[in-house]
Ligand binder design. Structure first.
Ligand SMILES: [Zn+2]
Length: 128
């Protein structure tokens, strides 16, 4: 991959990372604001809010992990290379899904495997 393209991806990841971290901070501040709710109705609402926030946070943590991994691959020169077959991942695919670590063929394979391996083998597919 060209150096200019790598730089572009790096910029995208750094920016996404900052956005997620800023979001996470807002979520945390939301918790503090809701801390002093007293009556039952409000507490029920804040319970739902809490679980929604927890869910959002889980998603953000997962996204952060993907971004960090992609940044690491940018650093060690394996970005844009399929983790499974080591072929180059199509630039178009990377532009659509920058954090992907698999080429389209291996992605399809992995999806097939995770669909058929729900009984028995778990957790060892490459999708995380
Ligand atoms: Zn592949």
């Amino acid at each position: 991959m060209r150096k200019a393209d790598l730089q572009k991806f790096k910029k995208v990841f750094v920016q996404q990372r900052e956005e997620i971290l800023a979001n996470a901070k807002l979520l945390d501040e939301g918790f503090v604001i809701r801390d002093d709710v007293q009556d039952d109705a409000d507490q029920a609402t804040s319970g739902i809010e809490l679980s929604m926030r927890a869910q959002m946070k889980r998603r953000e943590v997962a996204m952060l992990r993907r971004i960090d991994e992609a940044l690491k691959r940018l650093g060690d020169g394996t970005f844009g290379q399929c983790k499974r077959c080591e072929e180059s991942i199509e630039l178009r695919r990377l532009q659509a899904r920058p954090t992907t670590g698999l080429c389209i063929l291996c992605q399809e394979e992995a999806e097939k495997e995770s669909a058929t391996s729900s009984v028995g083998r778990t957790g060892d597919h490459l999708l995380n």
